[in-house]
Design a protein around this ligand. Structure first.
Ligand SMILES: [Zn+2]
Length: 364
């Protein structure tokens, strides 16, 4: 296994194109081609985590928060970031961050929160525009299944809980091969008519290049006729936050108790009780107050996030129950989600969860 095999698997799940503008996801340190025997997953990559990874023989650390966030102009062992990076280099450990790209897919950070709470995901809270495209390709009949399989393997044709979605329309294509051409069928210099199938698939646009490459590799023609269309359809699974629901509503006290139990909290900060039962809940791991206006319009009964400030509790104005479970609290199970994802793809590859607690906030 090489670092890049693990990174490719992560990036198929959470394409780095989905990261926010301010972010710095991706490989920060190390060689993508380097062999790796095992990996470690953490929320925050600190010097202690690097030492733990070194002691356990892990060649790659996958962190949720990027180690290098604001940029480095020198690598001198003074600040915690520099010391962490230097330790990683010293031990030959690669550092990779999967941050807001994983926040922006429905089965990422927020999918894990919803699952732990027993919520059925309904949709992302704030869908990203311009995420979907359609590929139409004209394929001679004897190659339709090969091209279709290549498209699916590259990630095209996924709609919600369905994959391998496509549409076929039979027709006739014509072409005339010119000088220097090497046509798959037909005679050079003569117009040829070929029975072809118009194959259509939807795809997530960050994957466009890989999908077109795979399609061309499986297509027998020298010059492949294909179209790429941007779609105005919103991608219901890409964007910030998540709305989920329970089959049965629960009381507010019971809801707060569940938050404490599931997220192992000493205390939950929350806005005043509304007196209404809770059925539809919005969640956003990390600092989710930026979504509050959107949440208030979404018709949910509660909002679970972290890093809520004093004045933001006023903005709620009795319209829902706002619960702050802490930044670390809300993201603590993200590491397990990453481990599980890699385990499904590489069942025999060892992925460790860090045993170092990196929550910088303490309560007394
Ligand atoms: Zn975070």
């Amino acid at each position: 296994m090489r670092n890049k095999d693990l990174i490719t698997a992560l990036e198929h799940w959470a394409p780095p194109e989905l990261q926010e503008e301010y972010d710095n996801c991706g490989l920060h340190v190390g060689d993508p081609e380097a062999e790796v025997g095992s990996a470690m997953v953490c929320l925050d990559c600190t010097e202690a985590v690097v030492e733990e990874a070194a002691a356990k023989g892990c060649g790659l650390i996958i962190s949720h928060h990027p180690v290098i966030f604001h940029g480095l102009k020198s690598l001198v062992a003074r600040g915690p970031v520099e010391r962490t990076v230097l330790a990683a280099i010293r031990h030959g450990i690669a550092l990779y961050a999967i941050h807001t790209d994983l926040d922006n897919v429905i089965d990422g950070v927020n999918g894990e929160i919803a699952e732990r709470l027993g919520l059925k995901p309904v949709q992302v809270l704030d869908p990203r525009p311009d995420q979907l495209g359609k590929l139409v390709v004209f394929v001679p009949q004897d190659h339709v299944e090969a091209v279709r399989s290549a498209l699916f393997s590259a990630g095209a044709g996924r709609i919600g809980r369905y994959d391998e979605c496509s549409f076929d329309l039979k027709g006739t294509g014509t072409f005339r091969a010119g000088p220097g051409a090497d046509p798959y069928v037909g005679t050079k210099g003569e117009r040829h008519a070929e029975a072809e199938v118009r194959v259509e698939v939807i795809y997530h646009r960050p994957m466009e290049r890989a999908i077109v490459k795979a399609m061309k590799a499986a297509h027998p023609y020298e010059e492949v006729a294909y179209d790429l269309y941007p779609l105005n359809n919103a991608h219901p699974e890409v964007g910030s936050g998540l709305i989920g629901k329970w089959d049965e509503p629960m009381g507010e006290r019971e809801f707060l108790a569940r938050l404490k139990e599931v997220f192992r909290l000493q205390v939950v900060r929350h806005s005043g009780l509304t007196g209404r039962p809770i059925e539809r809940v919005a969640v956003c791991g990390g600092s989710g107050a930026f979504l509050l206006k959107r949440v208030l319009r979404a018709g949910v009964d509660a909002y679970v996030t972290g890093d809520v400030k004093y004045h933001e509790y006023f903005d709620v104005d009795g319209r829902l129950l706002l619960a702050d479970i802490g930044h670390y609290g809300s993201e603590q199970f993200t590491t397990a989600r990453i481990k599980r994802h890699l385990g499904e793809i590489f069942p025999t590859f060892a992925v460790h969860l860090t045993e170092t607690v990196t929550d910088p906030i303490h309560y007394s």
